[in-house]
Design a protein around this ligand. Structure first.
Ligand code: NDP
Length: 455
């Protein structure tokens, strides 16, 4: 065999796995056909957060007046922002590639497909490997409606030649909500079209309701319970017809309607790797596919599609195979954030999920952050704890408000460790912060899940 391990895909999961395996002394090859660092670095988390921050500066310039500053907010230069973003992404691409080089992995800038269970075609060259990892990620999908090709997907949003004035976004998951905030923050009028009554299906109900308030405060027009039916062009303008019979005119229509695992034309069928109905690679808890020497990790497995999960999986697999340290990772209590404006962060169970298991004590606090008492901006924060009544463990923490993701990372440690409400209560707050609310919630807001317990 040419390699002990061959990794297909140089994204978050693949790069970490290849790098750590090579560090353990394995002969490693890694192929990437598009860009080092994958979705997160190039057309995902990293550039997205830079654009979110760009939007925030506009609001800060306005808010400064409440603190005595006389700042005149000028126009925003989209081309300058995108050029600065591209420079940063280029720098990160280089770092990812160098990390692999320095670790001693052999790099292939080409597409890899299976020839047989141990052989890959990598840009026309045949290579053999003892073990193979599929870490090809996913890609955004449009809805199958007439004229869908006239709309963009998130990959395109990072390279728009101009900042659109009117944007219609379809969907209300992570990407839809984040880009709604970005475009609104940069001055566009945004319409958000989604089929649920509230955005962010699966998140805690109080978070979803608070988000509706926040989106409204940003001037975003919401179209709940609505689906797109067709998309047409009228010159440069796009016309999106909705299921309620209305039509929206926009400069840009954005499908933020989910992502599909990138498993097409890899030759996985040739080597007997099982896919599920969504086309994702099926893996066990050791990341093994239906072929014991072929593994898969990250978004291509479509379980928890988050970069830190992919990185943790890549590291754990490399340690397990070559580092004499067999280990898995837990997908329980994985904290996550939606970089809406203001952001959302969450860890553990939503109230509705926790109440399925029995009675839970619910603590909710809603308040105007100190900054906005002077800025005058209509922006509220919401934070919430879900506490299992029997064990008194905090099983869920949720926040919408400035710095929520930064705050949640620390809380997640406590939740992973099994902290109780009493542990939160005996922790002294840091004053004056929003975070201190999490340790000063004394009055129970309500009890949920009692009916379930009675069953
Ligand atoms: P999501 O799965 O989060 O959301 C998809 C949206 O599209 C939902 O609102 C869904 O509605 C809607 N949708 C899907 N099919 C249809 C349909 N046929 N008709 C109408 N609406 C439809 O996907 P995203 O594209 O937002 O993001 C993909 C994943 O990437 C996320 O789930 C997350 O794992 C990851 N991600 C993480 C980020 C972070 O950590 N901050 C940021 C961005 C992405 P419904 O809810 O009704 O199904």
């Amino acid at each position: 065999m040419d390699f002990d391990l061959f990794v297909i895909g140089g994204g978050s999961a693949g790069v970490r796995c290849a790098r750590i395996a090579a560090g353990h002394g394995a002969r490693v090859g890694v192929a990437e056909e598009r860009f080092w660092g994958g979705t997160c670095v190039n057309v995902g988390c990293v550039p997205k957060k830079l654009l979110v921050q760009a939007g925030e500066y506009g609001a800060w310039a306005e808010d400064a007046a409440g603190f005595g500053w006389q700042i005149k907010k000028g126009p925003h230069d989209w081309a300058k922002l995108i050029a600065a973003k591209d420079r940063e992404i280029g720098r990160l691409n280089g770092i990812y590639k160098r990390l692999l080089d320095n670790a001693g992995a052999k790099i292939f800038e080409a597409r890899a497909t299976f020839v047989d269970p141990h052989m890959l075609d990598v840009g026309g060259e045949h290579v053999t490997a003892e073990r193979i990892v599929v870490a090809t990620g996913g890609h955004p999908v449009r809805l199958p409606i007439p004229g869908a090709e006239l709309g963009i997907i998130s990959d395109d949003a990072f390279y728009l030649p101009h900042m659109p004035k009117r944007v219609a976004i379809i969907g209300s998951g992570y990407i839809a909500v984040e880009f709604a905030g970005i475009f609104a923050g940069l001055g566009a009028h945004v319409d958000l079209v989604y089929r649920q009554p509230l955005p962010l299906r699966g998140f805690d109900m109080d978070l979803r309701e608070s988000l509706v308030e926040a989106l409204g405060a940003q001037g975003i027009t919401l179209h709940p319970g609505n689906r797109p039916v067709k998309l047409a062009a009228d010159g440069d303008e796009r016309v999106l017809t909705l299921s309620d019979g209305s039509a929206l005119s926009a400069d840009l229509v954005f499908f933020a309607t989910g992502r599909a695992p990138a498993t097409k034309d890899l030759g996985l069928d040739r080597v007997g790797v099982t896919l599920n109905e969504a086309g994702a690679v099926v893996v066990d808890q050791h990341l093994r596919t239906s072929q014991p020497h072929i593994y898969a990790m990250g978004d291509v497995t479509d379980r928890l599609n988050l970069t830190p999960v992919a990185i943790a999986e890549g590291h754990a697999l490399a340690d397990s195979l070559f580092g004499r340290n067999p280990r898995g990772i837990s997908l329980h209590n994985v904290p996550t954030a939606v970089f809406s404006t203001p952001p959302i962060a969450t860890c553990g169970l939503a109230e509705e999920q926790a109440a399925e298991h029995g009675p839970v004590d619910i603590y909710v606090s809603k308040f105007t952050p100190m900054r906005h008492t002077l800025s005058g901006r209509a922006r509220r924060s919401m934070l919430k704890l879900v506490v299992d009544q029997v064990s008194q463990k905090v099983v869920g923490a949720h926040m919408l408000g400035e710095d929520a993701p930064e705050i949640m990372q620390g809380l997640a440690i406590a939740i992973v460790m099994g902290a109780t409400k009493a542990d939160f209560d005996r922790t002294i707050g840091i004053h004056p912060t929003a975070a201190e609310e999490f340790v000063t919630l004394r009055t129970r807001t309500r009890v949920a899940g009692v009916a379930k317990a009675a069953e």
